[in-house]
Design a protein around this ligand. Sequence first.
Ligand SMILES: [Zn+2]
Length: 309
Amino acid sequence: MRRFQVVSVVLVILVGLTAIAFARPANAQPHAQDASSHMFVIVQPSTEIQQGRSALLRVQILDGSQPKEVQATFLGHVIYLYPSVDGDWVGFLGVDMEAPRGTQPVEIFYNDTDGVQQTFTQEVSVVWGAFTYQDIGLPYALEPLLDPEINREEEETLLRAMNRTTPEKFFTSFITPVRDIVISEFGGIRNYNNDAFTGRHTGTDYMATTGDPVAAAADGRVVFIAHLPIHGNHIIIDHGWGILTGYSHLSEIQVVPGQLVRQGQTIGLVGATGRVQGAHLHFEVMVNGVWVDPPQFLTLPLPASLPNP
Ligand SMILES: [Zn+2]
């Protein structure tokens, strides 16, 4: 009996210590950091980023400068950073699903008080995106939409619409626009009709039926509305700080370009327009001009901003 009690006490202590070891504050997520005498850089959640995923870039200015702007370049894209309430400059890194794997530099720069440009290179490691392979059989009537020229034109139209960053921060958080039931993952390598065409999946597909309301994922401004051959009836919302969301295959669009929308507001109805096998919601997230994995983006620790000027 006594021996049992001693074992019990030891067990309780061990469990307690383990709980303390793992009970870290919610914001103390694994991150990597590096420093120069001018900047302290943190990449959240990690400097190892999968293809097609996104990360938060936080920069603390250590030299007392109060720069008007802080920028970075990453994989050929310009990243604008914005001041957050905690004093950090914050931007979003989007890794293209086809980005080369291996060590990639994030070049961060600003002009200090003396007008001298300060730069710092933070390395990140781009790793395989663990994408799925998907075989898709489209009905005969939709086969013309496998024409590479139609696909190229539509991609260019969307990239033009996505290529923007707005200093005004509308978002505070992001939600999935319909019930969170994923039926097809982001980045999938899609083989249509036995090698007639191979494409990549630029969003995440959610199960839904025609007529279901589609909610804005966050506050923002509608910047693009079109009926596209592949995406069907499509809406793009700009949430600020380089983050945009897209909603495809809608049966109905209930917003107009330039309109401000609130998170959760119905912007349209689920449908089956464009190149689809049936009704569902195709949802896209764009980070500084790059399509990224929406469910993973939704897990990022989003910064709070200073009030808009
Ligand atoms: Zn889709």
